[in-house]
Design a protein around this ligand. Structure first.
Ligand SMILES: [Zn+2]
Length: 349
């Protein structure tokens, strides 16, 4: 793989390649945009491409340097991502887990953040000359997950990185970064991916069948990781099937069984609402004679039969009910109340 293989971010790739060609690589970038659209992957591919001798600026993907960079295992590529604690041993473990598991997000709990000790450690490393690459790269994943004091400790380094070193801050929440940091960086904006681009990635990179990839991409709403989960996570795949079954049968008992109402199940409840929303949209498409647009194509005939019994005004009303449920969940209203509201308004009428 090289930077040209990044899907759906043509403008960004062109911008970075031009910067390299014109020898104008900045010392500080902020890669920002929606979650899970390839920001960190692009940062790493860019680092590999800049240092590759066989295909400079793009990367050959095969040489020793490219491989080591892409496997995040080159001493001149430093990746920092949120950790659960400030314990140096755990941080060390976290760094080796990243290389071993080939992913940069290891801890994704609410308390995971970038710790001041990680920044101090980075500053120590940057005091030394780079190892062997022509340009050293530091990639900070989820850079918004930094306390103000950590960001302030980092500021000096961001203002004046060592020569031949580029720092890339990656974030999906640009406004959560300190304005003093934003003003010093070159901003690079990433786009939301289109469903067809996501299905292409799922198909090519993860060998998922095209029809399944297309469905997962639509369910994932522009987010690659989410779409990938919808394509391969058995629990989620079954969850969708159960929701559709309960919906088509209007079975309150089944819905109560599957509806995630515990306090730690907020994310699943969110997914349930998204699934129901897409299901309702599918019903509307069928009602409007656009059955070829539906996402839950594997239930097409049953949905067609179901829609015959439902009025379009009810489907529009359902749309509002689901939107309201979504907002209630965001306001931390008791999920049991939300569930009972859905039962009363959608299942029992
Ligand atoms: Zn190479």
């Amino acid at each position: 793989m090289n930077i040209n293989d990044i899907i759906g971010q043509g403008g960004v790739v062109e911008f970075l390649r031009t910067a390299h060609k014109q020898n104008r690589i900045a010392s500080l970038y902020i890669f920002h945009g929606p979650p899970s659209v390839g920001k960190t992957t692009t940062a790493i591919s860019f680092a590999a491409g800049v240092n590759c001798a066989d295909n400079p600026g793009i990367g050959c993907g095969k040489c020793k340097i490219c491989k080591k960079f892409l496997e995040i295992n080159h001493p001149d590529l430093i990746i920092i991502s949120p950790v659960d604690s400030s314990d140096p041993k755990q941080i060390e473990q976290h760094q080796s887990d990243m290389i071993e598991q080939q992913r940069w997000r290891i801890n994704e709990s609410p308390q995971s953040m970038i710790r001041i000790i990680q920044i101090r450690d980075l500053q120590e490393k940057l005091k030394f000359h780079r190892w062997s690459a022509s340009r050293r790269f530091v990639v900070v994943v989820d850079a918004e997950k930094m306390r103000v004091e950590t960001a302030n400790a980092f500021l000096k380094t961001l203002e004046e990185p060592p020569v031949d070193t580029t720092i890339i801050l990656v974030t999906s929440q640009l406004n959560s970064l300190l304005p003093t940091i934003i003003s010093r960086a070159q901003l690079v904006k990433f786009n939301k991916l289109k469903p067809e681009q996501i299905s292409e990635i799922l198909h090519q990179k993860y060998s998922i069948s095209l029809t399944q990839a297309e469905q997962a991409a639509k369910l994932g709403n522009g987010q690659l990781q989410k779409s990938l989960k919808f394509a391969i996570d058995e629990d989620l795949i079954n969850f969708r099937l159960e929701i559709i079954e309960s919906y088509l049968k209007k079975s309150t008992a089944d819905f109560v069984k599957i509806c995630p109402v515990r306090i730690n199940q907020r994310e699943q409840m969110m997914i349930l609402l998204e699934f129901m929303n897409i299901l309702n949209q599918d019903c509307m498409y069928i009602k409007l004679g656009l059955a070829d647009k539906i996402v839950n194509y594997d239930f097409k005939q049953r949905l067609v039969d179901y829609v015959k019994k439902v009025d379009i005004t009810k489907l529009i009303e359902n749309n509002d009910i689901l939107e309201q449920a979504y907002q209630s969940l965001n306001l931390f209203i008791d999920p049991v109340l939300i569930r009972d509201h859905l039962i009363g308004e959608i299942y029992e009428c």
